[in-house]
Design a protein around this ligand. Structure first.
Ligand SMILES: [Zn+2]
Length: 318
């Protein structure tokens, strides 16, 4: 027998796509065994195959159970499958949810509000309730994926109100489960691109207003200051690295603004008053391939990222 320690177990609803899928993949990479639950078997199977196919050593395994978690009979069946696979569950991530088209006449209005409540509340509540007897005590974690719109309002009132209901529910849940050593929390994502919720619904101008590009020049300088290679995948960043990146973005952009920008060799860039910027004199890596790194003296190199190139120091950035 070579059985090692049993990995912790997470169940993620709506785990086939979007935030649920990203969560499931991240937990698997962290070494947890993850069961994704969702309505579409083909989507769940494809996600499991893809995540398991790219597993690194030390990763957990991703499996799936099909159910519409708002349907009591389907949910009971899926929970039984999960129980046979994993008698103890460490983490429950209630991610299933979605928006519904708004109604116009009174009948449609009532139907859309009921449907939104079913999709966003009568998914998390039954799943959590069904799994609760199996959740580890002490140490279990219940996570509910809410939304920023629950406190800011948004374009779809039935969705906003249903997500706000989760904020109320979690307070009761935390009080109920706290004495048993289980925590309950809502995480409230803001705009998240590449989810089914928003695909095709976010106009390009609005995306541009919310997610601003930084530009290649300053991106290179920011990566150098935060000691990160410009080709590091976003998902591989640790929490301290994300914090360093955020500091570097504010630092570099702030200094560049105070220096009135960077006027490169072509002198095309002028500030609003027609003057030249002076930040180009402080570039640490941008357009300095072959020159010594200001940090370690090694040569700055040009690396290819897709169609564009970036400048970095391989000694200082990882
Ligand atoms: Zn260096």
């Amino acid at each position: 027998m070579t059985a090692g320690p049993v990995p912790p177990v997470a169940v993620v609803s709506g785990g086939g796509t979007g935030i649920g899928r990203a969560t499931a993949a991240a937990l698997t990479a962290d070494g947890m065994d993850v069961v994704i639950v969702g309505r579409r078997a083909d989507v769940l199977r494809a996600t499991a195959d893809e995540v398991n196919g790219g597993r690194a050593a030390g990763s957990g395994e991703l499996s799936w159970a099909r159910a519409d978690v708002s349907d009591p009979a389907e949910l009971a069946e899926a929970v039984e499958i999960i129980r046979q696979r994993h008698p103890v569950v460490d983490v429950v991530v209630n991610n299933a949810g979605g928006s519904v088209p708004a109604g116009t006449d009174l009948r449609e209005l009532a139907a859309s509000w009921m449907e939104s409540y079913r999709k966003n509340v009568v998914t998390a509540v039954p799943l959590t309730s069904a799994l609760l007897p199996m959740v580890r005590r002490p140490g279990g974690r219940v996570i509910i994926v809410g939304s920023r719109v629950a406190i800011t309002g948004g374009a779809s009132p039935p969705y906003v109100a249903a997500k706000a209901a989760l904020n109320g529910w979690v307070l009761s849940l935390a009080r109920q489960l706290g004495p048993e050593g289980i925590t309950a929390n809502v995480v409230a994502p803001g705009y998240t691109a590449d989810t089914e919720l928003l695909t095709g619904r976010m106009p390009a101008e609005r995306h541009q207003r919310i997610v601003a590009g930084i530009g290649a020049l300053y991106a290179d300088e920011i990566c150098f200051r935060s000691k990160l290679r410009p080709d590091r995948p976003g998902g591989s960043l640790t929490a301290p690295e994300v914090a360093a990146l955020a500091r570097a973005i504010r630092g570099v952009l702030g200094e560049a603004v105070r220096s009135r920008g960077s006027s490169l060799r072509d002198l095309r860039y002028r500030d609003l008053e027609g003057g030249l910027g002076s930040y180009q004199g402080r570039h640490a890596v941008y357009d300095r391939a072959g020159e010594p790194c200001l940090g370690c003296g090694d040569q700055v190199v040009r690396v290819k990222i897709g169609a564009r190139s970036a400048f970095c120091c391989e000694g200082c950035q990882s």
